[in-house]
Ligand binder design. Structure first.
Ligand code: NAD
Length: 477
């Protein structure tokens, strides 16, 4: 497949293979662009910025709704493309495409709130004499060219999280997809460009080269990145040195705490969705279970019974629960995590079966002691292994939950709201969900992490505010 620069379809001699994780087969190629191509994309986005900025916000609001409609018209093609390149079960891909359309609609309505500005007569305050004749206006101006980088796991919604708010407030975008999953995003960019021409450029190729260019090129004003902590924090520190604004949505090791008065059936259901949906490849997947000792056995038995029923197989089938992981490397990483956990005293209490062809890893449940040094309790595990740790008190549960460098989401299960609230207040996390899965995310509400899980919060309105500059204009009569 080609890529899109300045509204033109671009190809190149050097290519990147795109594989179907369910079979390991190559399904397409995308261009591996040169540095000159990437610079050209940034130059064209910079030139186009002036023009796009002249479309009135009211008109842009209508165009964003048109983009949403066009995405819905193409739901089957986009979902299938997404399933083929990510391995995401088809039903879940369809849901993500619908969510993508909704994000564009949300941007359409929120842009008014983002661009409203303020009017402040300066004599409202007890300021030094002379201010009675001064009036301040605060207006929001688009920041310019946005450099966006996204991970492999949710290409449609992550595209919308970055592109919809950027173009809503009048910016242009140079967008770098994950080299593993570029196809859905190229198709989405084509739709966006049909409605707002040349607003999005897609640059595929060497990640480090593109990342460095985003950092160094003066024509890019902001870098918005979703992906791993390692890549994100390195990129952020370089970008900040260059005086750029950054939005960083990074990894997590979300804990789910289950107290002895919890509704266990609900907790089991939430753990199942939390850890095994898309084989665990979500930033806000439930990556650790911390359960009160009194109910640990009952919970583990119920959980294993439920995990046993999960069906692994072809993600294009309508009723598959455990799809493949994104790559063979990801499977190898899971094997290493499991070996290390067993070496550190872990006891595997369930291991499922999966197809032998494709990048599958079996759903696995492992019990570990709360003092274990297993890597699985400290690092981000992007696959279907669920560790269970039992604790003796609520304080101990909080201590174990807070024992990683991540702080994305967490959840607490109890029938006592004040206990839940107390624990929620002590947890180091950007979001705490009470009596439901960590996998929840609402695009109109702030999402993001503390500590190494990120910098800033993505909600459509927050991102729009980040993607604008406040200009203070003061008028003296
Ligand atoms: P990754 O960090 O390997 O890759 C993310 C993106 O960065 C890809 O486009 C990749 O090509 C690019 N990249 C790699 N090296 C780069 C470099 N040197 N310079 C610039 N770009 C570079 O992450 P991944 O494996 O694709 O995705 C999984 C990670 O993303 C997990 O850690 C997950 O938690 C995180 N994630 C976070 C959120 C969130 O909202 N917080 C959402 C989804 C995924």
């Amino acid at each position: 497949m080609y890529t899109l620069i300045g509204g033109e379809k671009i190809d190149s001699k050097d290519k990147i293979e795109v594989r179907n994780p369910a079979t390991g087969e190559i399904i397409d190629y995308v261009p591996s662009l040169s540095l000159e191509d990437v610079r050209k994309a940034i130059d064209l986005a910079y030139e186009e910025f002036e023009k796009i900025n002249k479309i009135t916000p009211a008109k842009r609001s209508n165009l964003l709704n048109n983009i949403a409609s066009k995405i819905r018209e193409n739901v089957e093609d986009l979902s299938k493309t997404m399933t083929l390149e990510t391995g995401r079960p088809i039903k879940s891909s369809r849901a993500e495409i619908e969510r993508t359309a909704k994000i564009f609609e949300l941007a359409s309505s929120e842009l008014r709130r983002a661009l409203e500005g303020q009017f402040i007569p300066l004599d409202l305050y007890d300021t030094p004499p002379g201010n009675e004749n001064r009036i301040a206006f605060i207006k929001r101006e688009p920041i310019g060219v946005v450099g966006a980088i996204t991970p492999f796991n949710f290409p449609a919604a992550s595209f919308a999280h970055k592109v919809a708010p950027a173009i809503a407030v009048g910016n242009t975008v140079v967008f770098k997809p994950s080299s593993l999953t570029p196809l859905t995003q190229i198709k989405l960019a084509e739709i966006v460009n049909q409605i707002i021409p040349k607003s999005v450029n897609i640059v595929t190729g060497n990640s480090e080269m593109i990342g460095n260019e985003f950092v160094k090129n003066r024509k890019i004003s902001l870098i918005t990145f979703t992906g791993s902590v390692e890549v994100g924090l390195a990129l952020a520190s370089q970008a900040i040195k260059e005086g750029k604004r950054v939005i960083m949505e990074l990894g997590g090791s979300d804990a789910m705490i289950i107290l002895e008065d919890a509704d266990l059936n609900k907790a089991v259901k939430s753990a199942l969705v939390g850890r095994f949906d898309f084989a665990g490849q979500f930033c806000n997947a439930t990556k650790r279970i911390i359960v009160r000792k009194e109910i640990e056995k009952e919970f583990s038995n119920k959980l294993v019974e439920a995990v046993r029923k999960l069906k692994s197989g072809d993600p294009l089938s309508e009723d598959v629960d455990i799809p493949p992981l994104i790559s063979n490397q990801a499977v190898m990483r899971m094997k290493e995590f499991l070996q290390n956990a067993e070496k550190e005293g872990g006891q595997v209490i369930f291991k499922g079966t999966v197809p032998s062809i494709g990048y599958y890893f079996p759903p696995t449940v492992i019990k570990l002691s709360k003092d274990s040094n297993a890597r699985i309790l400290k690092e981000e595990v992007f696959g279907p292994i669920l560790p269970i740790v039992s604790v003796d008190s609520d304080d101990e549960a909080v201590k174990v939950a807070n024992s990683t460098e991540y702080g994305l989401d967490a959840s607490v299960f109890t029938s006592n709201f004040s206990r839940a609230y107390d624990i929620a207040s002590k947890l180091k996390a950007g979001t705490v969900i009470i009596n439901d899965t960590t996998r929840l995310r609402w695009d109109n509400l702030p999402f993001g992490g503390v500590m190494k899980s990120g910098i800033g919060r993505e909600s459509i309105i927050n991102t729009m505010l980040e993607m604008t500059e406040q200009k203070l204009v003061v008028y003296s009569r």
